[in-house]
Design a protein. Sequence first.
Length: 227
Amino acid sequence: MGLGEIVAIKAESARLADVVQANPMGLTVPSCPGWTMGDLALHLGRVQRFWAKNVEGENPSQPWRGEPPAPSSDEQLADWLRDGTDLLCGQLEKVPDSTPCWTWWGEPRTVGAVGRHQVQEASVHRWDAQSAAHVPEPIKTAVAVDGVSEFLEVVDRGATGRPGRVDLVAVDTGRKWALGSGSGPPVTARATASDLVLLLYGRVNSGHVEIEGDRGRFDAFFRAGES
């Protein structure tokens, strides 16, 4: 696994754990409807342990089917979260990116693909935790740029060929993603790379970015990917 991805997972997860430690577990997380800070911490801790086991198993045909252990108390939740990050990153450090591994998205079923997605998992959930407690810091630009690409390559693969035309433009880097098919001018969303990836993951809506064209058509384009 590339050092950059592991560093990012460790850094973002540590920041989330710090927020968890400093705030009540019952604090509502607005960007994750129905979740509290405790729910968010349990989710990421279980996710990281789950993927650590999948990486360890090197079995691309089926997922690990165990049950990750939970912390015995809320007071232990932050340290339990840190331990899960250590387990995941420790496994990612042991094997090459090309090592086979089960994935929910299908191909590529590799450790490298898992590590890449876990950067986004940790980064977006760190933003969730910070947004519940105080003003969140943006997702780092390089992470966010890859997050937009990874979302379109893995989470919403159909966007590249969906009817209609939409362009995403990161104003802080100049990077552009041209989506959809058909003729006519595209609807263009301009924002920082951080806001674009947060938009794709449903953490902010299109009202938070600059839209050139029909905002309703833009929203409908991505709603089509949810059906």
